[in-house]
Design a binder for this molecule. Structure first.
Ligand code: ZN
Length: 377
């Protein structure tokens, strides 16, 4: 049996805080090369923004099953750790270090599973691949997005992609993510005419108009959710006037609004809806909208079913299929193929003393191996 523990320790000992790589990807590439993977280095960006990424594929046929992960980590942070965050110390069967669960542990578990799979599999006709980026925790510009464009151009888009983010909540296997909500931020600025509060007929109060707009955005029910998503939600996050006196009608009033939306909406449609609501009340208001991600969903198919069965067979946990939480690179991958996210328990991610138990790490590797076995049966 291949052992994910020593590989994880080796990865943690490379302090690959975005945008640094610190040798982490070389460790992986050496392991994959030994197995016969064909590796393409895909660095993007110039100077300080330069990011290392690579794509590795074994086999040329179908099904093509891809594992996506990031080798970069967030900084150790200002609070002090009990041990050096990049020493990968093992204490009472727990491995400590930055990236242990997010997500060098997931990567080590999958590499180890692939080593076991290929050591016993003859006449393999499918494809296994790795999409590895060093830009997930950073701006996400020179990472997965560009690697996917390259994969598309070179005929490497897989049939299914598993992202090894730490999706488990309390126990290994309790949550698989099969989609995420979209997110949109709007800044709405209403212009009025400044004046004295005692002479309102000589002024035009922008706050009153802004209140009407915000009511028209927050009162309607956008949807009631569906089987996989909770209802979309409009939240006003700030209303700013900056008025420090009591006798002035201000010239402008600004509000910020966030919408977390499910797959019944698109960012573009919501943008149009917001503009219509605003212009109905204030013809000349300024609207600035940024869509940071569209909603996506992978309807559970044979891969997600295989994942559920693999989890249950290893630790008797029945996973919940979930679409909550923040964003990950899965939002980019979903534009090319079916994608799901599954990995370790995320409770210590980004925290001081980030850690993973050897027990969980080995179980995850066995779950991944069972999934690979099932998909290439
Ligand atoms: Zn992560």
């Amino acid at each position: 049996m291949s052992d994910p523990v020593s590989l994880l320790q080796e990865l943690i000992r490379c302090p690959s805080v975005t945008p640094e790589d610190a040798g982490a990807q070389a460790v992986l590439k050496a392991r994959l090369k030994k197995l016969g993977f064909e590796i393409t280095d895909l660095p993007y960006g110039e100077g300080e923004d330069r990011i290392l990424n690579f794509f590795a594929r074994y086999g040329t046929g179908h099904p093509h099953f891809c594992f996506a992960g990031h080798t970069d980590v967030v900084p150790a942070g200002k609070s002090s750790w009990d041990n050096d965050p990049f020493s990968a110390d093992i204490i009472d069967d727990v491995i400590y270090g930055r990236g242990a669960c997010d997500m060098k542990g997931g990567i080590a578990a999958f590499v180890s599973a692939v080593e076991d799979f290929l050591s016993k599999k003859n006449n393999f006709t499918g494809s296994l691949s790795f999409l590895i980026t060093g830009d997930e925790e950073g701006p996400g510009i020179n990472g997965t997005v560009k690697v996917l464009e390259w994969m598309q151009a070179h005929n490497h888009i897989p049939d299914f992609c598993l992202v090894g983010e730490p999706t488990s909540a309390q126990t290994l296997g309790d949550v698989i993510k099969i989609g995420r909500r979209g997110s949109l931020n709007a800044v709405i600025e209403v212009e009025g005419t400044q004046g004295h509060v005692a002479y309102p007929h000589l002024a035009d109060n922008p706050i009153h108009k802004l209140m009407t707009i915000l009511t028209s955005l927050t009162q309607p029910v956008l949807d009631n959710g569906n089987e996989w998503f909770q209802p979309s939600s409009v939240q006003v996050t700030s209303i700013d006037v900056g008025n420090v006196v009591t006798n002035l009608i201000p010239a402008t009033a600004t509000a910020r609004v966030n919408i977390r939306f499910n797959n019944l909406h698109t960012g573009t449609a919501l943008k149009g809806w917001i503009a219509t609501q605003c212009h109905r009340v204030a013809e000349h208001c300024k609207i600035d909208i940024a869509v940071s991600g569209e909603a996506f969903l992978t309807e559970p198919g044979k891969e997600v079913r295989a994942l559920c069965e693999a989890i249950y067979s290893v630790n008797e946990v029945k996973p919940r299929l979930d679409t909550g939480g923040g964003t990950s690179d899965a939002r980019f991958i979903s534009q090319y193929c079916a994608v799901a996210e599954f990995g370790l328990v995320g409770q210590t991610m980004h925290k001081v003393n980030e850690a993973v138990s050897i027990h969980d790490l080995k179980q995850l590797s066995t779950i991944y191996l069972n999934v690979i076995d099932a998909l290439f049966e």
